[in-house]
Design a protein around this ligand. Sequence first.
Ligand code: FE2
Length: 667
Amino acid sequence: MVSDIIASCYPFPFTIGHGHDVNCSLLAGDRIYSYEEAKISQVMHDSCSRFPERALFLGLRQFGIAPRDVMHWVWGVPNQVNVAAALEFFYSLMKCESYQALSEQGRVHFVSHHKAHAYLAIMTSPFADGCFLTLDGGGDEAQYTDSTWGVFEDRRIVSSESSKGGHGLTLFHGYVCELVGYLNFADHGKLMGLASYAEPPEELCKELRRYLVADHDGMNFRLSLERPGQSTVSAKRIRIDAYDQYKTLHQPNPPAELVELTKFYPAHQVAAAGQRVFEDCLCEIAATLVRRTGKKNLVLCGGAFHNVCANRRIHELGCANVFVPMGVGDEGVSLGAAFSLLAEKKGASSSAYSYLTPFLGPQFSDEEVRRLVQEYGLLCRHFESEEEQCRFVARSLADGQIVGWFQGRAELGPRALGARSVLADPRALKSKARLNQLLKRRDWFMPFAPAVLEGYEEAYLESYTRSPYMTMAFRATEKAKREIPAGIHVDGTCRPNCVSRATNRKFYRLIEEFMALAGVPAVLNTSFNRHGIPTIASPRQAFEHLAEGAVDLLAIERFVVFPSPGREAQPGVILDERVFLAFESIKPILKAWARGDEVREAVRRCEPEIVRGLGLEWTAGELRFLGHVFRREQVGESAEELLQACRGALEAQAGLVAGLSAGPLRR
Ligand SMILES: [Fe+2]
């Protein structure tokens, strides 16, 4: 530990360039703060704020320090320094010494993007020695880099290589996102979720793989496809209460070769093939790195490792002990940059940060919450005893309630780890549907994850290795599938939050109370945010979620707050998962038909039972949804007409689908 206070911000604000997930960290002795501006601005992947100003001041408040107390300022490497703006910033806004003076005194430091990723993993890992691998969409404009890899000893990097570009595996995964109608950068998680619904077609995997060319002796894959032209801006897509700059500025725009290659495949098969190829390549890189360095400890960081299925595959290779830190994307860059300064300039090599707690964000007092309770005039109960409060919340969960859980310091990163979480009963599949209706409105294929008590991992997870940040998926045991089905994905895996008494005592206690009532050592856990916004930061946002009916009740610090009578959300139409799969499957058939192509190829690639599902009796709600989907796909206008057309197209190919009207898809 060092006594000098370090402030680290990402990206460097006084430059021509474009960063996202703007974030800042403070290191003050053994106290650490790290948080993202997006959670405060409520702009997804915030790339509009030039500087994490509010996140920084919340941190200064948390530690009771002023900007002038900061000894070292750490930044991402800039394209160029706008000295006039930096002068103005430090002197006028931060009331510090001038930028020039700070610079001359050696108190300003620049750390490259991928080095920051690497040091976050190295310093928070359980390993003093090992090898590291970073991979993302290209770092930042100052130093476009896809990936870095090398060796660390005594927690310092001793050798490192890199691959320049922004044109590698992550972009490949992004193009596959766009092939199924989602977006590069914004929707990688959706592709991963959808991929579990199909076996990857072997021939498509082979074809996709041809576009990835190994270089750097197998340590990198370069995508041999030209970037398509600029996608068009769609101002129509702007959502003022759920702003996402990337989604406003970009439309799916995949390369024509890939569109042609995949045009007859249903979306879930395309997703499965893309995900499989991505995982295979990552596994090859990881195995090559371990073999060449002879190191048996491997740490991974960078946005590509948000892909928990790929992380699981690397872990299951068994060639190394694998660690993936919290804040694995750019949201962790400021903390990693601060750690790099500690390791390289301050000589810190201890294990003090190993398995660092993720609860590094701001905290709010009971008094602040009390004022809001009075302001909103809501019915609430204050608990003197933590045990009693946990028992009350556990009972509500067991009764099927959806609970907003806002406790202590916030987590760093996009995963809810029991500080800004929404919780439900994992025993009932209907919990997923309720969470979706009230809060998330997610795509139908997206899984929800369980929070599992430490000590019960082996009962629920196969080949478990310590993973406290929800950065790795595991195969679920039969016991888990039986006992907590709402937390298990369709492919039999889950991405658990393993809850430790040492780092989150109150959440641990809540799950213990739930276990006493429900018999399972887990709750269903998702991030505290309605659809389209980042995880919330403030108590007021939590109250707004309650007032909107997004949660049934709110457990905030020592209060449990109840909604106004009449504000409870009404259930809507719940669509069967297999209906969605039928939609995905008939899309290529309809598209082929609309293009005037023969539908034979598209039909051949559909699973027979799904095609047979075209004979099912559609409900009014399903038809409305079908109409919505196909209008978005620009195939036609009326759902009934479309369905008719699809049946007609299939019947025209006599003998292709023997069981077309053999019976409904659903039970
Ligand atoms: Fe990155």
